[in-house]
Design a protein around this ligand. Structure first.
Ligand code: SAH
Ligand code: SF4
Ligand code: F3S
Length: 481
């Protein structure tokens, strides 16, 4: 499901154009030729698999990769035993990296049985020099490696894979480019993520994202609006505006605009039913934004507002630019202004120098803010970040104790928050057939809670009213009204 590209008029006997996106269309046509030859050799349509690690932004990038692969003639499958496999990697915590290395071994096994198979790696992990060195020495069977800044060149790189032997690596250290209008293959017909900005300027001291995603760059509002309009015309009813810190959107544009102003523009798009966004940094969340959400009929009642720690001392060392009190004040203001707003968060346990008392502070914030859900992470030391060089790295056993305490509190508080909706009649967007019971469908509430109820495939992508009958921990069982 992507825009039709007119490839007929592209002449492959000419040199590739310098201009983007024309240049990539040229390579889409060229790669199509190689994939057609491959199909002849195999006697069937070649298959491809895109595996995503990490955040929503990576998931969106993967849809772009899938869009190119589909345009050049591959059939998309979920099975990694395919003719082309690409891992879109994440490096925010070390366990994400380890998963990639482990699974590469399995891919090598497939490749030994299918010599035509190509393996590609891209995404955040590839922006790290040590990773590239390791791949070059220990994973020589990989055919293509590229990073986050040149993902728009995928068609060109794909062509290069078919035109040469050995591993191709192309990693850029940064970019100021934003390339629009490449084909995209969406995972869902009815909802979609949309990048509104790339990169991050915040340099939280534990975080590797600014190093692997580069500096903050906002897309032009008109390009965003056009993309949303196109998606809506194509059947999308819910969008999620994506950025590492959406609250600072628009500051670096030639004609600066605030995130709240962008939301107001997006709200006007007819046919669009729901607007979500991710992620909000507490330091930049304005009163203007709260006002816009409050008055909006389309913006969902869910705010993901990462806390990271409840200890002001640790927050300072993390370079988060707010205190415990400021965070609580902000959350209270949001709850006061928009009472039906669910607030979820991210928490890190085990940051260098963190004591049991600091963890107590975090637990105190969880109880006072009453988070509707929280992702709790064990601090992961990322080479090159300021925190990695800090003294007082916390021993594993201590971290585990703190982590368990935080997790228990989150579960207790969230269960209380979620159970309060019992008996309510709510609007849900039906997302798919229930994984365990095919006579049921799964829908998402505006506040991001899931509900399962009797229904058929024909409901997928539709907004329906459901009564929330029974709360089962983090989700509901309901009935259509
Ligand atoms: N830009 C978003 C977060 C992106 S990363 C924001 O600032 O809110 C998603 C989450 O991963 C972060 O919120 C943080 O909780 C977690 N994270 C980032 N770096 C980490 C590290 N080194 N160790 C453990 N968790 C980390
Ligand atoms: Fe990382 Fe902080 Fe940027 Fe989020 S805001 S991506 S945690 S540096
Ligand atoms: Fe991971 Fe990169 Fe997202 S490091 S969390 S995939 S921005």
């Amino acid at each position: 499901m992507h825009r039709e590209i007119d490839l007929k008029n592209i002449n492959l006997n000419l040199e590739p154009p310098e201009e983007e996106t024309e240049r990539q269309y040229y390579f889409i046509k060229k790669a199509s030729g190689y994939v057609a030859e491959l199909a002849d050799r195999l006697g069937r349509r070649p298959t491809c698999c895109v595996t995503t690690f990490g955040c929503q932004m990576n998931a969106r990038d993967s849809e772009k990769l899938a869009g190119i692969l589909e345009s050049v003639g591959y059939e998309i499958t979920e099975d990694e035993n395919a003719d082309f496999v690409i891992y879109n990697t994440c490096t925010v915590r070390d366990n994400a990296n380890q998963k990639v290395y482990g699974r590469l071994g399995v891919l090598n096994g497939y490749k030994k049985k299918n010599p035509e198979m190509k393996i590609a790696l891209c995404g955040c992990m590839m922006q790290e020099k040590t990773v590239i060195e390791k791949i070059k020495t220990s994973y020589k069977f990989v055919d293509l490696v590229f990073g986050t800044h040149n993902i728009f060149k995928f068609a060109e790189l794909l062509t290069a894979v078919y035109e040469s032997e050995g591993m191709i690596t192309d990693i850029w250290s940064d970019t100021d480019k934003i390339v629009e209008d490449l084909p995209v293959e969406r995972k869902h017909s009815f909802k979609s993520g949309i990048n509104i900005m790339f990169g991050c300027n915040n340099f939280c001291s534990y975080c590797i994202v600014p190093y692997v995603r580069g500096r903050e760059r906002s897309r032009e509002p008109k390009d965003i609006i056009m993309e949303v309009e196109r998606l809506v015309a194509d059947g999308v009813v819910e969008i999620m505006l994506l950025g590492q810190n959406v609250n600072s959107y628009g500051k670096n544009l030639e004609n600066p605009i605030t995130f709240a102003e962008l939301l107001k523009e997006v709200e006007k798009i007819e046919g669009l039913e729901r607007i979500r966004f991710m992620t909000s940094h507490p330091k930049d969340l304005s009163d203007e934004l709260i006002e816009v959400i409050k008055n909006s009929k389309k913006i969902c009642r869910h705010l993901h507002l990462p806390l990271q720690s409840g200890s002001t001392r640790i927050l300072k060392a993390m370079n988060r630019c707010y205190t415990k009190e400021k965070y609580i004040e902000l959350a209270e203001k949001i709850r006061r202004e928009i009472p039906d707003m669910a607030i979820t968060t991210d928490i890190i346990v085990g940051f260098p120098g963190e004591t049991a008392e600091d963890v107590d502070e975090t637990i105190d914030v969880i109880r006072r803010v009453r988070f509707d859900n929280a992702f709790t992470f064990i601090y992961s030391r990322r080479t090159g970040t300021p925190a990695a060089a800090m003294e007082g790295q916390v021993p594993e056993a201590e971290v585990k104790k703190g982590f368990d305490r935080v997790l228990r509190t989150v579960q207790e508080v969230a269960a209380g928050q979620i159970s309060q909706y019992r008996g309510q009649s709510v609007e849900v967007l039906v997302e798919g057939i229930n994984e365990n019971d095919s006579s049921m469908v799964t829908g998402r509430l505006s506040n991001n809670i899931l509900v399962h109820f009797k229904g058929s495939e024909s409901l997928i992508g539709r907004l329906v009213r459901v009564r929330l009958d029974e709360c089962r921990g983090f989700y509901y069982i309901g009935t259509v009204e």
